[in-house]
Design a protein. Sequence first.
Length: 540
Amino acid sequence: MTPQNYTAVLIDTVAIQQYIFSSNKLKENIGASYIIEDLVYHHVMIQVLEEMPYLKFSSDWKNSPHRIAIENDDCDAEIAYTGGGNTMILFKNPDGNIEKGNSRAVEFIRKYTTELLRLFPGLKTAFGKINDFELNAFEESRKKLIASIIQNKNFYNRNVSPTKHGIVADCPLSNEAAEKIYYPFSKDQPISATSIVKLQAAKQAQFEIQKKYDGILVNKYLFTDEIEKLGQPDEKGYIAIVHVDGNGIGKRVIECKTLEELRSFSIAVSTLASDVMKQLIEHTIKRFEPGGLNEDNGFVLKKYKIGKDDRNPTKDEVQWDKEERRLLPIRPLITAGDDFTFICDGRLGVHLAEKLIEFLNKKEVQGKPVSACAGVAIVKTSYPFYRAYTLAEDLMKEAKKEARLIEGSSWLSFLISSGGYSGDLDDILNKQFTAPCGILTMRAYRVDQPGSTMQQLKEGIKHFTIGDKSWPKNKLMHLRDVLLENKAHQQYFLAEMKARKLDLPAYNGHYHSSLWEKNITPYYDVIDLIDFYPKELLNK
């Protein structure tokens, strides 16, 4: 029997991070993320397929991953899977008639892209298409489909926003033309259509996330959509952008040999992401319960009274009360498979990134352990959001370099920007974190084993700040300054501290006698992190 061929379409969103994080307004970031995760590949795509009345399609792959509906006579098309930021759809070639299957796929792409342009200006998508996809030769067919989308990405320049002319006003939220007034934002300042769509989506996103985690928020807590209300003190004003990515998940996707395997793996990873983020939010809430972080140790959660404007814009049956709730110091932005991005109070960034990796390490995906790497960019509240996210992503990649050397290991890299650092991560490290004696940062810390470098970093914070032998603040600042000087100044400083009986913490028995080893020192990182890792969380 001749294998059945299908016309396959692969859909991918281009420049997702730029679309989500291009604005400094958290509401826009939230709305853009919701558009990508919930609307583009779910509601809108299914709506377009439903509007092709002659086309019987199936979208039930998550409930029945081992059932290939398109192999039945009463199914013309099927959403094969959705995951990793892309979707594959199969269209039947009736009686081997490739032209008919191809025309259906082309019509879908035309209708779908038209709808995306109408609903979500500024969103870029790319498509791959082949007419001879064989489920019995899944690996080879998928390679051809991926090659098709790569070729199309390189050949076609997508213009998805109205052309901006020199005579138009600029949108204050985006680098696009200001088109019309959006009253929830301003009564007299027009903004771009792209920004309006994101702001509109943000309201629904707020309701959906509150509904999703309602069981653990217990009518006491609320997620904020304002970057200034994450709990950071006004006089310090730091936030943390945290980006966490699983190790080797992409490789495991490629290794899937059948559509059923790919579906099962995608479902398992999606379940993992949801469970881990729930754990992280529960952990955060527990830290602010009685006996935890509070006003006495510098943490004040802002309060918000829910009103009628906070109700579900789609008139869902769930209704919120009008009681006052505390705004959580964390707001998830992306929870997709092994890819996590969240924003939080700057003082919680490293701790929460560490905990998320810890929760991942305790999980398995289809019997195999999970490891991950994190990048944490701690920046001023007013720091450009896209640059902060890019920095967090670069820091995560820095951690990945170490993870590749030790299979199954998990690492974390962080950077605290008290000023407006410019350039990529390598430029920042070379210009701002290089001293006459060497490099001022360890760059990446292992977090997945007892006695790890992250554990030693926290022990260093304890050494400097807790107990009878803790260092005065002025001596810590002196140590930080002396690391920027030459060996002679450093030896004089060490002799002075010895006379004052102020010992340096040792790292694997090293560094404390000379500050440096192999042109690297851990002490600059320790001093930098003291104000951004609460003492109350060092053992949590």
